[in-house]
Design a protein around this ligand. Structure first.
Ligand code: ZN
Length: 501
């Protein structure tokens, strides 16, 4: 058994190496590659991904799993060996379910659709991308049908990012959350918006980057095993457990942009850097779901990085870094500015309170499109109507409406957005559990210390990688399933104080 287990690991590590090489090519493409490299780079990444897929779906891996499973079942569920076999089986079955011919067709359509969208968005031309999006919807349904036995057609698509979550359960959670959020948003936006002029002075790029990196380091991001570069859209990427990189973008006249994107990506990176080293190169060596991953980026960015206590410590340092811009601006004014709530058009710019309404709108439309209740042709009108209902705002055009996110135009329709809101909900639930274990955490944050919180998260979440599903992890940490109450309580407490609700 030992030999077979090692054989499986060796094969998985080879697959991982091909994927890591493709990831490095992607990172280079978005950070340093000259434009002339684009055409060959797309081909090079596709070649590596195809080879990785071929190696992973090799029937020899299926045979090894067949032979290892009886032994794995005799081991404790959470042993590394049993977990590796279990998780590999899940991915192997999923990858072998989908014919290679379909995967190639989807990839080439996605690439084409993305190109058309990239031109259509600035031109405000939904009609141009509409036939491509219709084909994406057909392909998304075709993909779901490779996984028979689902309750909702979105379920197998949701599994790609948030394994085990079901459309019906998510809809119920979102409906409860929406009922709580809408009155809070209305009460806040009935008041004049917070003055955030202090964030929109001129802030030199190098100083902004230095300040963000210093906080990431204090959070516990290990620069011996990471680095930060600039990209148009910030993300975190891992080539090995010893090399987890983050990216950011800087706007000279918006202090929030680089600072909070750095804290957000640092949260993702802390998760990946915290995974047990023994898992290197296997399917266990990754965060377990989009929702749990987002719970960590949001916890560090928002619950910690947008809290009053955090800035009690860091605001004097920020003032020292930018004296001309911030001397004379009180902590109170700054704290209100970074937590300004407003009805806005763009999801990625939205504040903590309104953000989830943007996500729910997209999630509901994904279900309606898959079910055939909504036609792609009617999507822009449906978007405007729902936006008016939820935000009291009408998007002036499709560029800042239905065309704003690349997700549907670069992949599939279904399972693309729920993780962001699941992450927000889980961030509060996990943080509550951390406080129960260590009531001293808020005092430490006020002193600029994060070791206890980081250590607890590493121990309860990060080190396990993909060993437990999101639901299993939440059960282990909180003793129950995902619940919206801690998140609602968090928002009510924080914004109740800020807006005298
Ligand atoms: Zn994120």
């Amino acid at each position: 058994m030992e030999d077979k287990y090692n054989d499986l690991k060796t094969r998985l590590i080879e697959v991982n190496d091909l994927n890591a090489a493709a990831a490095l090519l992607y990172w280079d493409q978005s950070t340093h590659m000259p434009p002339g490299g684009a055409a060959a780079r797309a081909r090079q990444m596709a070649t590596l991904e195809r080879l990785a897929h071929e190696k992973f779906t090799d029937p020899a891996i299926g045979r090894l799993l067949d032979e290892l499973e009886p032994h794995a079942e005799s081991l404790p569920y959470e042993s590394d060996e049993a977990s590796l076999v279990r998780i590999t089986r899940r991915f192997y079955d999923r990858e072998t379910c989908v014919p290679a011919e379909f995967t190639a067709r989807l990839a080439s359509h996605s690439a084409e659709c993305y190109q058309v969208w990239a031109a259509a968005r600035p031109a405000n031309d939904f009609a141009r991308v509409r036939p491509y999006l219709e084909k994406t919807l057909d392909l998304s349904r075709e993909l779901a049908d490779f996984f028979p036995g689902y309750d909702h057609m979105a379920d197998p698509l949701i599994d790609y990012r948030d394994y085990g979550m079901k459309a019906e359960a998510i809809s119920a959670i979102f409906a409860d959350l929406r009922a709580e959020l809408v009155p809070i948003v209305q009460a806040i936006t009935a008041q004049p918006p917070a003055d955030d002029a202090c964030l929109h002075k001129s802030y030199p790029e190098a100083d902004q980057i230095a300040f963000g990196l210093d906080i990431a380091r204090r959070f516990g991001y290990d620069f011996e095993r990471g680095r930060q570069d600039k990209t148009p859209h910030p993300y975190t990427i891992k080539f090995s457990l010893g090399d987890v990189r983050i990216t950011t973008r800087v706007k000279e006249r918006d202090l929030k942009e680089a600072l909070f994107s750095t804290l957000h990506e640092a949260g993702h990176a802390l998760y990946e850097q915290g995974i047990k080293m023994d898992y290197e190169g296997t399917l266990l060596a990754r965060g377990t779901s989009s929702g749990v991953h987002e719970s960590q980026s949001r916890l560090w960015e928002n619950i910690v990085g947008r809290s009053r206590g955090f800035w009690e410590h860091f605001y004097p340092k920020l003032q020292a870094a930018f004296p001309g811009q911030l001397n004379g601006v009180s902590l109170d004014t700054f704290y209100r500015a970074i937590n300004r709530v407003e009805k806005s058009l763009i999801r990625t710019d939205a504040d903590e309170v309104t953000y989830n309404l943007h996500v729910m709108l997209r999630f509901d439309f994904e279900l309606a499109l898959l079910e055939g209740r909504l036609a792609v042709a009617d999507l822009p009108d449906a978007w405007r109507a729902r936006f008016e209902e939820d935000f009291g705002l009408t998007p002036p055009d499709d560029s800042d409406g239905v065309l704003q996110d690349m997700h549907w135009f670069a992949g599939m329709i279904g399972g693309q957005f729920q993780g962001y809101t699941l992450g927000n909900i889980l961030s509060a639930q996990y943080y509550d559990a951390a406080l129960q274990a260590h009531p001293s955490i808020p005092d430490e944050i006020e002193r600029g210390e994060f070791g206890t919180l980081h250590g607890w998260l590493k121990d309860t979440i990060y080190r396990h990688g993909r060993k437990f599903t999101a639901a299993e992890l939440t059960e282990r940490i909180t003793g129950g399933p995902l619940r919206i109450e801690p998140y609602i309580r968090y928002l009510r407490t924080k914004y109740g104080a800020l807006y005298d609700l």
